[in-house]
Design a protein around this ligand. Structure first.
Ligand code: SF4
Ligand code: SF4
Length: 161
């Protein structure tokens, strides 16, 4: 995934979120279909619904951003609890077709990815580059914000098949 796409994530989320609201309202779509959409996108892309498609997730992120000191903890809690769509798509993080992968040969162990990630920051057992720890990017609470990919100076981290 290109960094230019990641830097426009919130715009993409706002547009898709508006389409989700309009579609649900005008076509009277049953919320179970949205859960199904979360499951399908989850199998393909992991837990992308929360940070790329969900109108509620968009609003929650704005609210959390208003308190930078508490932001990491709030992000972690929110993406741990989430909603039925998040519960299902979170479980697909381990099996999804697209994943965040690290190229060992490019990694310089700078640790920038872990500092940017709310999972690695708050859970000592998780890391994006330390092989002795659990991979943050396949945890249930990884919402595919792609901040780790964006911040990696060597493009060692990539979101791909
Ligand atoms: S995409 Fe990366 S930075 Fe974001 S939650 Fe997942 S592992 Fe952490
Ligand atoms: S940000 Fe990139 S180079 Fe730095 S530790 Fe993480 S994966 Fe390695």
């Amino acid at each position: 995934m290109r960094k230019s796409i990641i830097s426009n994530r919130r715009i993409i989320q706002a547009i898709i979120g508006a389409i989700v609201i309009a579609g649900t309202y005008y076509f009277n779509i049953n919320l179970l279909y949205l859960v199904g959409a979360g499951a399908i996108t989850g199998i393909l892309f992991g837990k992308v619904f929360c940070r790329w498609m969900c109108p509620l997730g968009f609003i929650m992120e704005l609210v959390m951003g208003s308190n930078p000191d508490a932001k990491q903890q709030q992000m972690y809690n929110y993406h741990k609890i989430g909603c039925p769509i998040a519960w299902i798509s979170g479980m697909t993080n381990r099996i999804s077709l697209f994943k965040i992968k690290r190229d060992d040969s490019k990694c310089i162990d700078c640790g920038k990815c872990d500092k940017e990630c709310y999972i690695s920051t708050l859970n000592n057992e998780c890391s994006l580059y330390k092989d002795s720890k659990k991979n943050s990017a396949v945890q249930y609470s990884c919402s595919k914000c792609m901040k780790c990919v964006d911040v990696c100076p060597t493009n060692s981290l990539e979101y791909k098949i």
